[in-house]
Design a protein around this ligand. Structure first.
Ligand SMILES: Nc1nc2c(ncn2[C@@H]2O[C@H](COP(=O)(O)OP(=O)(O)O)[C@@H](O)[C@H]2O)c(=O)[nH]1
Ligand SMILES: [Mg+2]
Length: 331
């Protein structure tokens, strides 16, 4: 059976072969594996690639041991916690660390000098009944783009691009950031396109955070943002106005494309503290699945309170749930 690989695969493979840095080589190998169509015709190729990945991982580990640094922290991955993961990126001094400190339990360094943040840092942001993980990162500039940023951005569910609307350099800064990220084959987009032309690229849903919005001259930059990024969600924020921070939290939740569903047992009240998280479009069956596989199989019907036509409406497994719905499963 032929492997039928897309032309972009071969391009990336050439890049992989040329690459000397083992860390980047590992990343490219993982990217190749992700891109490879999974069928019988590629079984052998997949196995070879997996072997290469193991070898590169071992090589990296051994290299670290040789230099006596066994426990080098890895900055390119954060275990996902809560209902979703959003990453704060942006030019120096735009307010990324300030925002992390304002909306989460984390305590990053906030400073009025550029590049104060050297390492990424995660914090949990409570939003109504869920928590969302936010990751603060070192600033991005023309000559400063940490290699671990690529994986961090790829792994996040949503990108929060924080820019300083009181800065004259704002538009230039943004252009540089879009360019550097696109060079790493990540496209920051207002919405994930339905069909993807080039599988080497990952598309990341991005919110533009127009921070320091109460400063002089910020109106002009805000207009520029709207003119240049007409389709994007643009959120004016400032730590001087709590309402803007509340709007930000809501927008981050909305950008994750998830809904919260509350389950109840027959004859009991719903447990409103612990929602089940589903993707937008999630059905009753999907909700039952997330609780237990058996449960979904045995499901006869469910009753739904919330967006249903009437309270306690009897529905089947294919009923599409909405954020805030309460579901009672009958098996
Ligand atoms: N005027 C104003 N300054 C802010 C605001 N948020 C943060 N700052 C200041 O901007 C500077 C850079 O903040 P920081 O969070 O370290 O930026 P980062 O480099 O993007 O992490 C600090 O001096 C902050 O006090 C804001 O909403 N308005
Ligand atoms: Mg910072």
């Amino acid at each position: 059976m032929p492997a039928n690989l897309p032309p972009q695969y071969y391009e990336l493979e050439r890049e992989f072969k040329r690459e000397q840095d083992p860390k980047e080589k590992l990343r490219l190998a993982q990217e190749l594996l992700a891109m490879m169509p999974k069928h019988k015709g590629t079984d052998k190729l997949q196995a070879e690639l997996k072997a290469k990945i193991s070898k590169l991982k071992l090589q990296l580990e051994l290299g670290q041991q040789k230099h006596g640094v066994r426990h080098v922290p890895t900055f390119d991955h954060f275990e996902r916690e809560g209902a979703g993961q959003a990453i704060l990126i942006g030019p120096p001094n735009s307010g990324k660390s300030t925002l992390l400190a304002t909306v989460t339990n984390a305590h990053p360094v906030v400073a009025d000098y550029p590049f104060a943040t050297r390492e990424p840092l995660a914090g949990m942001m409570p939003f109504e009944t869920v928590s969302i993980q936010l990751i603060d990162t070192p600033s991005i500039a023309e000559d400063f783009f940490e290699s671990f940023m690529v994986n961090l951005i790829r792994q996040a569910d949503t990108v929060l691009l924080v820019v300083d609307v009181s800065s004259l350099a704002m538009m230039d800064d943004m252009q540089i950031i879009f360019k550097l990220i696109e060079e790493k084959r990540i496209k920051l987009v207002h919405a994930i396109p339905a069909s993807i032309d080039d599988p080497r690229f990952s598309y990341k849903k991005t919110l533009i955070i127009a921070h320091k919005a109460l400063e002089d001259d910020s109106d002009n930059n805000l207009k520029l943002l709207h003119n240049n990024f007409p389709q994007f969600v643009i959120l004016p924020t400032t730590i001087l106005d709590d309402k803007t921070i509340l709007n930000l939290k809501k927008a981050i939740f909305d950008s994750l494309g998830i809904i919260r569903v509350y389950t109840k047992r027959i004859g009991h009240e719903a447990v409103m503290e612990y929602p089940t998280i589903l993707p937008v479009g999630g059905t009753v069956e999907y909700a039952a699945m997330t609780i237990h596989k058996d449960f979904a199989q045995k499901l006869q019907f469910a009753r739904v309170w919330g967006q249903a036509r009437f309270e306690g409406q009897r529905v089947k497994g294919d009923f599409v749930l909405s954020d805030g719905d309460i579901v009672e499963f009958h098996i």
